[in-house]
Design a protein around this ligand. Sequence first.
Ligand code: E4P
Length: 215
Amino acid sequence: MKLFIDSGNLDEIRSLVPLGIIDGVTTNPSLLAKESGDPRKRLKEICDLVKGPVSAEVVATDVDGMLKEGRELAKIDDHIVVKVPFGKAGVQACGTLAREGIRVNVTLCFSPTQALLAAKVGATYISPFVGRLDDIATSGMGLVEEIVQIYDNYEFGTEVLVASVRHPLHVVEAARLGADVCTCPTKVIDTLFNHPLTGIGLEKFLADWKKSQSR
Ligand code: E4P
């Protein structure tokens, strides 16, 4: 399973990339709005750092606007994946951009029918938002399971990109279900490293080694 960072923050991305575990980045207008400076320049810097798919979202809500913005975003760098919100306009724009060879991530997916429609128009990624579904007492991972099954049934090439991840169990479940990608905030990626027995074990190894050296 590929691991993406869900962030527009260069320092966060810079701190994780050298570990060799990061395959790409997702951004959204809310994440980029938290950062200062020109968002397009930032997206270019993120692409240069990650050298993998970087999702950049359109803010237009009509088809023509999405196409114009999507084509401009795609020119920033070859690693840019244009993100469009699910909806009739998003589906139509996705189909057109995909035919032009521009990769599209269809975002704000909350149902299996939405995922089916996005795949039919050639989305590269579908982004089910698991955390926001959990927030309204609906199983986010249940949706991922349904999408994975539907895509497998028809051999759609669209990759399931699990988004709105809140904790490490979302990552574990995404991997168990065979999701293609999981995009996580930095704080969730940090939790993937942790196990108390690893720390306790290392402490004991080092203490025993030190004792043997002073004999
Ligand atoms: C994904 O591409 C989105 O940027 C993101 O995962 C949204 O997550 P949130 O629900 O924590 O805002």
